[in-house]
Ligand binder design. Structure first.
Ligand SMILES: Cc1ncc(COP(=O)(O)O)c(C=O)c1O
Length: 379
């Protein structure tokens, strides 16, 4: 028996369920339209057309040129590619990043640093968890080498967002390359890349009701990088290997739907987040919210810290046995668990237990009422 109906899924920043309309768009490419996109006969041409149409759709939505859109396996590959290209192809020798980046960025940057290929600086954070723009300006101004700035658009754990244009303009003024991990915002916020000073952005289909294992990398037409997976001539010689045809079709369809639904869904989901904040505040004494949830913040994410007690330490376990799906992320938990580097960087309080609730269009206020009632019992 499936217990799908009785589960509450509040972990949409981790992944989202596939939209049935996306599955419908993908289905023919699993069955009848199976041709290899590189084949020259009709089956192949049909597949090639589907990929190029998907590229045009994505480019149009992001206001980019189709030649600037590369399909990848997801956010991790896209960020790895952009960061490595900035160092190896574009001459960057100094990386400026933050202590709260996703591991896809953080571990790539650390790897290059440990190889001795780059200098590394971390921009300071303000008490709100936002990056200190004055410090970024100083780091850029004082750098003796060409810089790569890699800062995420929206943080997946606490929801804080950078001012993309302000960071991009600072980079531009200082001749720096700017990579922005937009995995949590592509499909959730309108982006106009023609009007945004950024060299690389990234996306992952499964964050906006598309399929897993497919993503995109936008590479601004003014930067020229070298092929990064060698082999066939796919993705304009940059990323060899037979394309994830149905994934790419699904990615474009999901982005199309998310864009059509943006106004209504974003307001609805923001309403859920605010409702949850109010309810938790009223019910659980001593609760705090991480980041800047009422300021420049993702409407999908709410990071809550509860006072640590014997009972609250078991919160993730207790939520799970009550069929409530959320993510953890505390400054430090047990010896085996390193805890969250993001929470440690913004709030190094070992006496708190942190839970990330993240919402989608499928969630309801009734679910929030139920979860808050359970939280009351658990804390
Ligand atoms: C901000 C951010 N960047 C990168 C990634 C990595 O994306 P993927 O798992 O699709 O490679 C994620 C996914 O968790 C993310 O939230």
């Amino acid at each position: 028996m499936s217990n799908k109906a009785t589960r509450i899924y509040f972990d949409n920043a981790a992944t989202t369920p596939l939209d049935p309309a996306v599955l419908e768009a993908m289905m023919p490419y699993f069955t009848d339209k199976f041709g290899n996109p590189s084949s020259i006969y009709s089956y192949g041409r049909e597949s090639r057309l589907a990929i190029e149409n998907a590229r045009k759709t994505v480019a149009k939505i992001l206001n980019a040129h189709p030649a600037e859109i590369f399909f990848t396996s997801g956010g991790t590959e896209s960020s790895n590619t952009a960061i490595n290209a900035a160092i190896h192809d574009l001459g960057c020798r100094h990386i400026i990043t933050s202590p709260i980046e996703h591991h896809a960025t953080m571990h790539t940057v650390d790897h290059l640093y440990h190889l001795g290929e780059v200098a590394l600086s971390h921009v300071k954070l303000l008490p709100s968890g936002h990056i200190d723009m004055d410090d970024l300006e100083q780091l850029l101004a004082n750098s003796q080498q060409k810089c790569l700035v890699t800062l995420m658009h929206a943080n997946n754990e606490i929801g804080n967002m950078i001012d993309l244009h302000a960071v991009g303009n600072l980079c531009k003024m200082n001749g720096a390359i700017f990579h922005c991990d937009t995995v949590q915002t592509v499909g959730h916020f309108p982006l106009d890349l023609r009007a945004t000073p950024v060299h690389f952005i990234t996306g992952a289909g499964h964050k906006f009701h598309g399929p897993k294992g497919v993503g995109m990398l936008y590479i601004n037409e003014n930067v020229k990088i070298k092929p990064y997976i060698h082999g066939g001539s796919q993705e304009r010689n940059m990323r060899a290997g037979t394309e994830n045809l149905y994934g790419i079709v699904g990615f474009a369809k999901a982005l199309e739907l998310a864009t059509e639904q943006y106004d209504t869904q974003s307001n609805y989901i923001k309403g859920l987040k605010l409702y949850m904040m109010e309810k938790v505040k009223n019910v659980v004494p001593g609760v705090t919210f991480n980041g800047d949830p009422l300021g420049r913040s993702l409407y999908t994410v709410l990071s809550v810290s509860f006072p640590k007690t014997e009972k609250s330490e078991m919160i993730l376990f207790n939520l799970d046995i009550n069929n409530i799906c959320v993510s953890g992320g505390s400054a430090c938990t047990s010896g085996a668990d390193q805890g969250s580097h993001v929470i440690r960087a913004i709030n190094n309080d070992p006496n708190q237990v942190t839970v990330r609730f993240s919402f989608s269009k499928h969630n309801t206020r009734e679910e929030i009422d139920f979860v808050v009632e359970k939280l009351k019992e658990m804390i």
